[in-house]
Design a protein around this ligand. Sequence first.
Ligand code: GAR
Length: 209
Amino acid sequence: MPPDRGKNTGESEVIKIAVLVSGGGSNLQSIIDSCRSGKIDGKVELVISSKEGVYALSRAAGSGIESCVIDREGYDSDEAFSEEILRLAKEKKIDIICLAGFLKKLGKNIVKEYGGRILNIHPALLPSFGGRGMYGIRVHRKVLEAGEKESGCTVHIVEEEYDTGEIVLQRKVPVESGDTPEELARRVLKEEHRAYPEAINIIAKKLKK
Ligand code: GAR
């Protein structure tokens, strides 16, 4: 457990959230909006992007949230990369780390220190259609190729491997006949925007106990 755990989890204190992104950041936006509207009893304190120039960074700036870019290429290992994320998270006394379209692998060090408090959202019903290389539109293509009748999204606790870890919440959507991957992606994304705030609340409540 991080040394700061508990300092920021008293009844009166809001849960401090860091969101890790690599792209458009629509899930980041839904988390920010849910914090602002009171749907999440928390506050996004930090946005970390693995890429320069992504729209998620503009969203953070637009909401007055501190952000930075940490490029995996500048580090020798997943652990060294994660050490920098961990350092910032500890500095800001972050309670929950949310991966929202974050496409880099985290090291054992951060997974261990933030045990049970790193969440990821995946655009399919895990354990199906997950694992290395399964992200974004590729996932929806595979779901359609497999002839599935339903899909959805999963919020889960992050472990060392891709897309494993305890499932916190899933939301389902139907696959319509003639769906393109893009159409299915849009339907799933709408549910993601509801699922992530709900899942954060579930974990936040556990932390406050
Ligand atoms: C989301 O659909 C998320 O589930 C997916 O990337 C998209 C990011 O969108 N993540 C993965 O595929 C991870 N395996 P956003 O940047 O608009 O939130």
